[in-house]
Design a binder for this molecule. Structure first.
Ligand code: MN
Ligand code: MN
Length: 464
């Protein structure tokens, strides 16, 4: 027991959950690393003992899809505060995109290299939890492919391209990018919607005078997402390059992914908590409320929710991430009757990922707790190149969540810590609560209170 003579932390008496099994065990931490996972470890050797009896000990959640805003002179705490919200929710690592709207300067948006450089500089020393960058590749950047090697050098291993929006790329460019990113050793994430179908959908609604928030959903139905997804899958097959489908929301798009996986294609697909809990009935609310759900893809009819849970359970979907956009109803998402196509897209979620997936998935019996750990930590760690994270295992970094399944609460915006001013889950009852969170062996949440430090979060240099 030499390795246990000087322990920094012992998490004692909990049920340790991995992607494969759950078992009673103590977790011993020395420095930043897990050094033992065994029953009956000696508490005397530990500087600090955390009582986890009756609770689950989970690996820290990895949120692979956020649009956190970076700090500015006007909002110096914007990035830090969302990282604190992540910690409260049990998320110890998040990846951010640096798309237009996240605070990057116009200048930095002109090249992939510039976008990466400025984002790294402006987030340095600012986060309470570990974080990384998935760099956005846009049509406006000059020869992004030429900058891939430099981006990979700085630990940016994943990239994102959009099939729609003014900064999206056309299909020829997308096919080429899939090949170039794979060749450089990265992975391309794609927002899949069919550009022509979407344009027709939006102009059709507007021409018919259907401009209210609820028509956002009609303007981009599942068929538009499915068509885009099928096209991206075909381009990935042609290129012989893997593809990562972000925020999959519908049974129709899921069917496309399922077929491609059955055909042996190397592809990955993510869905988000809002597609697993909410449905299109939200668009029947009064306009001032319906507009909160202007997100893309939109919320779908209820049958899709069940289909997505089946997809998570059977492995057709690989992980869940939030697509966190900290828009505020009073600022970015201010509504004054404008048509749906000019309402800022997105909704916050960085703090509610574990709560929603545990409560809606595990508590209801739709997925096992082991599958949840796989979806929220182990698979993201593997896909995103976070080798030392994602599991409660000897040798991994001690990113741990002590989760009390007996607790229950109701989600309220006023109790959350993110930089948005609402939550799409207002009034939603959830089972389970985050009690303690450790990041690389250091407590960041203790008894539900933040005890972390600005700047303790480390930028993750990722390699696939
Ligand atoms: Mn998107
Ligand atoms: Mn997104």
């Amino acid at each position: 027991m030499d390795r246990l003579t000087r322990l920094d932390v012992l998490v004692r008496g909990g049920t340790v959950v991995t992607a494969a099994e759950s078992r009673q065990a103590d977790v011993a931490v020395s420095g930043e690393t897990i050094v033992a996972v065994e029953a009956g470890l000696p508490a005397e050797a530990a500087q600090r003992v955390i009582d986890a009896s009756g609770m689950l000990v989970l690996p820290g959640v990895i949120d692979g899809h956020t649009h956190t805003r970076i700090a500015s002179d006007a909002e110096p705490d914007r990035f830090f505060q969302d990282s604190v919200a992540a910690a409260f929710g049990g998320t110890t690592t998040f990846l951010a995109f640096n798309n237009p709207g996240t605070g990057l300067s116009e200048d930095a948006q002109r090249s992939l290299r510039g976008g990466v450089g400025e984002w790294l500089a402006r987030t340095a020393g600012d986060s309470a939890v570990d974080y990384g960058l998935s760099a956005v590749i846009t049509a406006q950047q000059e020869d992004a492919a030429a900058d891939l090697a430099a981006a990979l050098e700085t630990g940016v291993a994943t990239f994102k391209a959009f099939m729609v929006y003014d900064f999206g790329v056309d299909e020829t460019a997308l096919g080429r990018l899939l090949r170039r990113v794979a060749k450089a050793g990265g992975l391309l994430q794609v927002h899949c919607e069919d550009r022509a179908g979407l344009s027709a959908g939006i102009s059709g609604e507007l021409a018919a005078g259907r401009t209210a928030p609820r028509f956002h959903a009609d303007s981009r139905p599942p068929s538009v997402e499915a068509a885009g997804t099928r096209r991206a899958l075909a381009l990935s097959a042609e290129a012989g390059a893997p593809l990562y489908v972000v925020h999959l929301s519908s049974a129709a798009a899921l069917a496309a992914v399922r077929e491609a996986k059955a055909a042996g294609q190397v592809i990955f697909a993510e869905t988000c908590p809002h597609y697993l809990a909410l449905d299109a009935a939200r668009y029947d609310l009064p306009d001032v409320e319906a507009m909160r759900y202007v997100i893309s893809p939109p919320l779908r009819e209820r049958s899709n929710v069940d289909a997505l849970w089946d997809g998570l359970a059977d492995g057709s979907l690989d992980l869940v991430a939030t697509d966190h956009v900290p828009d505020r109803l009073g600022v970015e998402k201010r509504y004054s009757g404008q048509s749906f196509d000019v309402i800022s897209n997105g909704a916050p979620g960085i703090e509610t990922l574990l709560s929603m997936v545990y409560s809606e998935g595990v508590s209801t019996g739709r997925i096992t707790v082991e599958r949840m750990v796989d979806l929220l930590a182990t698979t993201p760690a593997r896909l995103f190149g976070l080798r030392r994270k994602g599991a409660v295992e000897v040798g991994r970094e001690a990113d741990l969540v002590v989760f009390d399944t007996r607790a229950g609460r109701t989600i309220r915006a006023r109790d959350l810590h993110h930089t948005s001013d609402y939550t799409p889950y207002e009034g939603w009852p959830v089972s389970g609560a985050v009690r303690h969170v450790l990041l690389r062996g250091r407590e960041v949440i203790r008894n539900g209170l933040f005890v972390g430090l600005r700047g303790f979060g480390r930028y993750q240099e990722r390699r696939l």
